[in-house]
Write a protein that binds this ligand. Structure first.
Ligand code: GAP
Length: 451
C-alpha cells in the first residue's frame, strides 16, 4: 500500500512523464500557479468539458416534478468593462487577507496561518517579522489600449459567471427561452492566488464550467435542491466513488448576505486529510441581476424584471459552478492504481467516457502480414474512437504505455490471427486476455465502452 503523500508524488510524476500535465514555461524555470496540459491531458480535459456540456446543456434531465426547462450556452470575452466587476462586488471585495514577511519578503494567506503577532514566517521561520494582515485583491489587472493610466485599467475575469449575468437580457431577447431556464458557459478564469498549491488544485489560471439557472423566487429552493443532487450524481456517473465525495452544506456564518443556501461538493484528494471543493452550488437570490440592473446604463427594471401571465418579478438564480482543472485532477487521482503484482504496476482506470484513448492496436511483430491487419483494424476504429497504433518495442512495454495512459482495451494481432482470424483483446483493469474475431473489434469496443 502506498502512503497518501507518495500517491500524490507518483501521480505528479506520471502526469509529467506521460504528457498529462507539465509546469508552464518549464524551460525557463516555470511560473507558480500556471500549468500546461499535454497530449493526454488535453484529451482528458476535453472529454470532461464535452461530458458536462452534453449532460447539462444539450441533454439535461427533467427538473423537479418532471418539469421541462431550457438550457443554452454563451461564450463571453475574458476582459469585460470594469464596471461589471464594480457591480458584482469583485473590485471592492474579492480579496484574501495576507501578511508579508519583512525578512524574506514572502507573502502568505493570513487565514491559513492562524495568524498572531508571534507567528513564525512559514518560509524563513523568522519570528515577529510578519506584517499585520492586509486585504489583497485577487483580480489580475491589465490595461486596454495604448494609455497605461487609471482610465484604461481592466481585469482578467476571476469567474465566468458575470459574462452570463451581463448577457441575461440579450439571451432573453434573442432566443425563445422562458423562466425557468439556464445559461451555461465554459471558459478560463484568472485569480492572483497568494499561495497556489497542491498541483493544479489552486492555480492562477484555470477553467470553470458554470451555469446560472433563472427561476421564480417561490420555486427557487426546489431548483437549488435539484441542481445540488444532480451535480453530485454527475460526478458519480463519471466514475468518482461516492465515499470520496461529500456534499457540504455551508453554515449560516459562511453564506454571502444575499444567499439562502450553498453546498460545496467536495472530493477527498490524496494531498489532504479533509475533502476539498470541486464545485459550489449556490442559491444567489436576485443579487446579481439586481446589481447589474442598478449599475448598468439601462433602466434598472428593464434589465432584471421579467413578466409571466401572473406577475412581474426578478428571477432568482441557482449557480452550479465547477472547476474543470479540479475535476480533471480528481479524475486523475481517482483513476490512479498501483499494483505491484502486475507487470505494469501503475495504471489509470479512467471511466470510458473520460479515457483520452479508447483503444490501441498492436502487431505482435512487424512482419508476416501482422502490420497490415493491425493497420486496417486501426483505420476502422479511428473513424469512431480515439485509438493509437503502436508497433515499437516489446508487447509488454506497449501494454504498460497504454496502462499508464488509461486505455481500456488493446487489440493484438499475432501468429494465430492468420490461422483463425482472431485477435487478442487485453483488458486494462485486470490484464486479462480473450480472443475475438478480427472483424468484431469495433463492435466489441462499442459494447464494452457503452459509447
Ligand atoms: N461564480 C462562482 C465562483 O466562481 P468559486 O467557488 O470561487 O465560485 C467555483 O469557484 C469553482 O471554480 C470552484 O469550486 C473550483 O472548482 C474552481 N476554482 C476556484 N478557484 C480556483 C483556483 N484557484 N484554481 C483552480 N480552480 C479554482
Amino acid at each position: 500500500m502506498l502512503k497518501q503523500t507518495d500517491v500524490m508524488e507518483k501521480i505528479v510524476a506520471l502526469c509529467r512523464r506521460r504528457g498529462f500535465i507539465f509546469g508552464s514555461s518549464e524551460i525557463y524555470g516555470g511560473i507558480g500557479g500556471f500549468w500546461d496540459y499535454g497530449p493526454l491531458g488535453c484529451e482528458l480535459k476535453k472529454n470532461i468539458k464535452d461530458a458536462w456540456w452534453f449532460d447539462m446543456v444539450r441533454n439535461p434531465p427533467p427538473g423537479p416534478s418532471g418539469v421541462e426547462y431550457q438550457m443554452v450556452g454563451v461564450d463571453c470575452s475574458i476582459i469585460m468593462n470594469p464596471k461589471v466587476w464594480e457591480a458584482s462586488g469583485h473590485v471592492g471585495g474579492f480579496s484574501d487577507p495576507m501578511v508579508d514577511c519583512k525578512e524574506c519578503k514572502g507573502r502568505f494567506r493570513a487565514d491559513e496561518l492562524d495568524w498572531i503577532a508571534k507567528t513564525p514566517c512559514p518560509n524563513c521561520k523568522a519570528v515577529g517579522g510578519l506584517t499585520e494582515p492586509r486585504q489583497f485583491n485577487l483580480m489580475f489587472q491589465t490595461h486596454v489600449g495604448a494609455l497605461q493610466d487609471a482610465s484604461s485599467v481592466a481585469y482578467l475575469r476571476p469567474e465566468t459567471a458575470q459574462g452570463i449575468f451581463a448577457n441575461f437580457k440579450n439571451v432573453m431577447d434573442s432566443t425563445r427561452v422562458k423562466i425557468p431556464f439556464g445559461i451555461a458557459q465554459i471558459g478560463k478564469a484568472f485569480r492572483n492566488e497568494i499561495n497556489p498549491r497542491n498541483f493544479t488544485f489552486r492555480s492562477r489560471e484555470f477553467e470553470q464550467m458554470e451555469i446560472e439557472f433563472f427561476c421564480k423566487p417561490d420555486e427557487s429552493m426546489a431548483w437549488y435542491e435539484f441542481w445540488r443532487d444532480l451535480r453530485l450524481k454527475w460526478y458519480e456517473s463519471l466514475g468518482i466513488k461516492s465515499d470520496k465525495l461529500r456534499p457540504r452544506e455551508q453554515g449560516a456564518d459562511e453564506l454571502a448576505h444575499y444567499s439562502k443556501a450553498c453546498t460545496d461538493i467536495e472530493y477527498m484528494f490524496p494531498f489532504s486529510d479533509e475533502p476539498q471543493e470541486l464545485e459550489g452550488v449556490a442559491h444567489r437570490g436576485s443579487f446579481d441581476l439586481n446589481q447589474h440592473g442598478k449599475h448598468s446604463k439601462g433602466k434598472e427594471d428593464a434589465f432584471a424584471v421579467v413578466s409571466d401571465e401572473a406577475a412581474r418579478f426578478v428571477p432568482h438564480v441557482i449557480e452550479p459552478s465547477a472547476g474543470v482543472d479540479r475535476f480533471t485532477l480528481a479524475a486523475i487521482t481517482e483513476a490512479y492504481c498501483f499494483d505491484e503484482s502486475r507487470a505494469s504496476p501503475e495504471f489509470m482506470k479512467f471511466h470510458p467516457r473520460l479515457a483520452p484513448i479508447k483503444a490501441a492496436v498492436f502487431p505482435l511483430v512487424a512482419k508476416d502480414g501482422m502490420p497490415e491487419i493491425a493497420e486496417s483494424i486501426y483505420r476502422e476504429i479511428k473513424k469512431h474512437f480515439p485509438v493509437q497504433y503502436d508497433a515499437k518495442q516489446s508487447i509488454g512495454k506497449r501494454y504498460a504505455r497504454m496502462d499508464e495512459a488509461g486505455t481500456p482495451f488493446c487489440f493484438t494481432i499475432d501468429g494465430q490471427t492468420k490461422d483463425d482470424g482472431t485477435v487478442t483483446v487485453r483488458n486494462r483493469d485486470d490484464a486479462s486476455q480473450i480472443r475475438i474475431d478480427k472483424s468484431r473489434c469495433l463492435e466489441f469496443l462499442r459494447e464494452k465502452l457503452g459509447l
